[in-house]
Design a protein around this ligand. Structure first.
Ligand code: ADP
Ligand code: ADP
Length: 239
């Protein structure tokens, strides 16, 4: 069975907008897939429905044979740990260090100011440092998040997702607010999670050129429907 199975996902917003129409696809371990399409095509809705940030109107998602949709409470929180989510605007806690942001991501509850200053064990700190190292930021661990560049902040957000030990990483326009050089460092970090850590990585992008350069697979969406699914040029050359 596939690692990630998206089955007939649909979403109609309360105002009647049909943002997803029967979307199905599957992903394997270690696959980096990018979805492209015009603004309003439904990409962000798809990512958010996969993680239950938005409740789908129909269909479901399975990760590693387990349903991750239609859950609530503890089961939902547990499913979310298996699916790291990276936001366009990073969503870091600005006034604490990169390392503390990653540590907070390892908490089972929402971070509060109290939990930020809770004592983490050496083991937890080493794990968080290791996650920062994987995105090339070990040397920035103690720098305050809001003093890092946009690309560095987004990589801290990726390290924070990584620290939960997810099976899947979903990234919603992760490079949309970054300059081209920073965007490349972030795409490299996402690609690393797929190729070196074996996660299924799925993100949406405006920039089709970046999609072709980094992803194994490109999905295309238009008016809430998948209209394209192909292995990218990069992979064809490797095969
Ligand atoms: P992006 O797709 O660039 O992430 P947004 O998610 O903010 O942008 O919005 C995408 C589209 O969804 C926009 O056309 C916006 O007007 C519409 N939209 C977002 N939130 C709502 C809402 N609560 N009600 C109606 N339309 C919304
Ligand atoms: P994309 O990420 O491809 O830009 P979205 O998933 O943001 O597309 O939006 C898909 C469609 O759903 C658009 O028509 C958008 O206006 C609409 N939409 C997005 N969010 C909401 C919302 N919260 N309420 C109503 N409509 C929304």
């Amino acid at each position: 069975a596939a690692y990630v199975e998206v089955k007939s996902l649909s979403k109609t917003y309360p105002n009647g907008t049909r943002a997803l129409r029967d979307v199905s696809f599957s992903m394997d371990h270690g696959e980096f897939a990018v979805i492209v399409g015009k603004s309003g095509a439904g990409k962000s809705t798809l990512l958010r429905c996969m993680n239950s940030l938005t409740e789908p109107s129909g269909g479901g998602v399975e990760v590693d044979g387990r349903s991750v949709t239609g859950l609530s409470g503890r089961a939902l929180r547990s499913a979310r740990k298996e699916m790291g989510f990276v936001f366009q605007q990073f969503n870091l806690v600005k006034r604490i260090s990169a390392l503390n942001n990653v540590l907070c991501g390892m908490l089972s509850e929402m971070p509060t100011m109290r939990s930020v200053f809770r004592r983490f064990t050496d083991e937890e700190r080493l794990h968080a440092l290791d996650c920062l190292d994987k995105v090339g930021l070990a040397d920035r661990a103690h720098q305050r998040a809001d003093t890092l560049s946009g690309g560095q902040q987004q990589r801290v957000a990726i390290a924070r997702a990584l620290a939960q030990g997810p099976k899947v990483v979903l990234a919603d326009e992760p490079v949309a607010s970054l300059d081209p050089e920073s965007a490349r460092t972030v795409m490299d970090a996402l690609r690393y999670l797929a190729t070196e850590e074996g996660m299924a990585v799925f993100c949406n992008l405006h920039q089709v050129n970046l999609a072709g350069r980094y992803a194994d697979r490109i999905l295309g969406m238009r008016d809430g429907e998948l209209v394209l699914d192909r292995r990218s040029g990069r992979l064809e050359r490797d095969e």
